[in-house]
Design a binder for this molecule. Structure first.
Ligand SMILES: *Cc1c(COP(=O)(O)O)cnc(C)c1O
Length: 393
């Protein structure tokens, strides 16, 4: 079954998913990389297809795309990267190169004896540490402000902040202010932290020297693209270590012309949206699914908005498993097996789920923001079928 309203309906080109036997899914989860994150809006898909028709000079495209994005997002400079993870690597390499006044080739093999320390709060350690450590950087953990002040050394190259971290004693503004007192550049990883749209300029304005956003999450650009925003000298250094140049760590972090243009078009699309409009649409979808489940015995639904990352309405469903004899994990498996195949939010039936999504063994979580128009009806119907079937009568 074709996902309702998907822009590819009467489209040019072969359906290679079909040809390969790849299952198309309904994404009731969210912007998860493993589920190919977001669907580009039609205007972005069209821009990508059109960009594919002409060769251009890559350096000119990179430079002009960066200038355009910097202007739109009110920062000094910007570049399109191969995702937020790629931006972490390029940005860290840039800090190391600039702080050591060293050529791009030093990263990662020669930096052990140079400024290569990156200060980070212990509570901000995360799976993307690798993207930083790829540069030969050494992470130095701090907890208190006093620790932080003491951590600055002749080896310090960067201070790193994980914007959606749930712990950490030191707030953004203090983090930046103190780093700058020691003349150290400060990076904020805000990959998953739009909406609100204004976050695209909030953190650079706050003084962060580098900020990254994933392109394939809330901005709905190409999945293999992202944004690195920040200070002119650091973005220039990041560009120097990026492809097409062969000497830097970014050679493998290639972004093709189609995706560079797609990222620019996605920024345009995203800036045309409004926070209220998006929230209202997501709320409507969540309410529609909740309404479809009203007749299921003991059902309770709540709509909650996570604080920072995934900051959009999510639907949380609980019920008495004595009356409805199926666990949330079994419900997720049933929806996955069905036609069309539906993916619920991975926090379904789990205590440790995604950032800011408080779930447990007894909760179904529906992420509605990546649904395509009309798909909430299918999700509501399938959830109703599966839960009703499990109801003792
Ligand atoms: C998703 C994410 C990334 C990686 O983003 P990509 O664009 O997939 O590379 C990095 N950091 C955080 C906090 C994220 O949520």
């Amino acid at each position: 079954m074709q996902a309702a309203g998907s822009p590819g309906d009467q489209e040019i080109g072969q359906d290679y998913y079909e040809k390969l036997g790849v299952t198309k899914i309904i994404n009731a989860a969210g912007t998860y990389t493993i589920l190919t994150a977001s669907i580009m809006p039609p205007s972005v898909q069209a821009a990508v297809a059109r960009a594919a028709k002409n060769p251009v000079r890559l350096l000119e495209l990179q430079a002009k795309a960066g200038e355009y994005i910097a202007r739109k997002l009110q920062c000094e400079a910007a570049m399109v990267t191969s995702g937020a993870s790629g931006a972490l690597t390029l940005g860290t390499a840039a800090c190391i190169d600039v702080m050591n006044d060293a050529p791009v080739e030093v990263v990662p093999m020669q930096v052990a004896s140079m400024k290569n320390e990156v200060i980070i709060q212990k509570a901000h350690r995360y799976s993307y540490d690798h993207a930083i450590e790829n540069c030969g950087a050494h992470l130095v953990e701090v907890e208190t402000v006093a620790d932080y002040e003491q951590a600055f050394s002749p080896k310090t190259a960067m201070a790193h902040f994980f914007n959606a971290a749930e712990g950490g004693q030191i707030g953004r503004e203090d983090w930046v202010r103190i780093a700058h007192r020691y003349k150290i550049p400060c990076f904020n990883d805000a990959a998953a932290d739009v909406p609100p749209i204004s976050n695209l300029w909030n953190y650079t304005r706050m003084g962060f020297d580098l900020v990254t956003f994933s392109g394939g999450k809330g901005i709905r650009g190409p999945q293999n693209a992202g944004l690195l925003l920040g200070k002119r000298d650091l973005i220039a250094a990041a560009a120097a270590t990026n492809n097409p140049f062969d000497e830097g760590i970014g050679r493998g972090l290639k972004v093709a012309k189609e995706q560079i243009i797609g990222m620019v078009a996605a920024v345009d699309w995203f800036l045309e949206q409004s926070d209220d409009g998006m929230q209202a649409e997501f709320l409507k979808r969540a309410e529609s699914i909740a309404a479809d489940l009203r007749a299921v015995p003991t059902i309770q639904s709540r709509i909650l908005v996570p604080e920072i990352a995934n900051h959009v309405p999510h639907l949380f469903i609980t019920y008495d498993q004595q009356a409805v004899r199926i666990s949330p994990l079994q419900v997720a498996a049933e929806l996955r097996k069905g036609t069309p195949s539906i993916e619920l939010n991975p926090s379904t039936g789990r205590r440790e789920g995604s950032k800011g999504i408080q779930s447990d063994e007894n909760t179904i979580v529906v992420g509605v923001w990546m649904l395509q128009p009309g798909e909430e009806k299918i999700v509501g119907r399938r959830l109703h079928e599966v839960l009703s079937k499990a109801t003792q009568t």
